[in-house]
Design a protein around this ligand. Structure first.
Ligand code: AR6
Length: 206
């Protein structure tokens, strides 16, 4: 699959906080081409790869990423939903990959929102611990794991706003959305959350 290019670049936006931190909602685009310090992988608990964005990251990043994932899995067994670990970016432009496991959506009453928020908080915290300045997220859990897009967008962006506010090093977060319909839904959620949080300005940047 390739990212669709349907001329919706004008709906791609940037939220800017009072202290200059930014959240971009960008697409349609392939996250493996991102040049942020880290990209986030929507992995599964085995950490041993899969389809979707996980498959694309391992294909493009090469075997060094999987080798490190195997080492981590050997130590911790499996990674629970909502947790995150970091590896090299291998052949990617991004220096690191942060692997997080989104919740499988089972109707909404199985703490899915809490786990999805945790994916974003933990990924940003881990990037911050490694003194990284920037990272990019895909739409975690919205593919194979079936999370409804509008709900996932709200949870992901609001957790990111909170985590970015307390980060010492991370100043730039990007949501890199693969297709037009996902992009539009994340843009809508970002605009709504920015307008309910007086401390954010919204710019149409691309
Ligand atoms: N760049 C950006 N986004 C992408 C790309 C890409 N190259 N490829 C797909 N997406 P999914 P999940 C989007 O299924 O729902 C894997 O097998 C995709 O269109 O990748 O968290 C893992 O191993 C969708 O919007 O992740 C797990 O078993 C979003 O990424 C399981 O899938 C997430 O879709 C995780 O499922």
């Amino acid at each position: 699959m390739t990212a669709q290019n349907k001329g919706v670049q004008d709906s791609t936006i940037r939220l800017i906080s009072e202290n200059g931190k930014t959240i971009d909602v960008f697409g349609p685009a392939d996250i493996t081409r991102e040049t942020t310090d880290a990209i986030v992988n929507a992995a599964n608990s085995s950490l041993l790869g899969g389809g979707g964005v996980d498959g694309a990251i391992h294909r493009t990043g090469g075997p060094a990423i999987l080798a490190e994932c195997r080492q981590i899995a050997g130590k911790i067994g499996s990674l629970a939903a909502g947790k995150a670990v970091i590896t090299t970016g291998g052949n990617l432009a991004a220096k690191y990959v942060i692997h997080t496991v989104g919740p499988i959506y089972r109707g909404g009453a199985s703490r899915e929102a809490e786990k999805l928020a945790s994916c974003h908080r933990e990924s940003i915290r881990l990037a911050d611990e490694h003194r990284l300045n920037s990272l990019s997220f895909p739409a975690i859990s919205t593919g194979a794991y079936g999370y409804p897009l509008a709900e996932a967008a709200s949870v992901a962006i609001s957790a990111t706003i909170d985590a970015l506010a307390i980060a010492a090093h991370v100043t730039k977060v990007r949501f890199v959305l693969f297709d037009v319909s996902t992009l539009k839904i994340y843009v809508r959620a970002a605009k709504r959350l920015a307008s309910s949080t007086a401390s954010f300005q919204v710019e149409e940047v691309f």
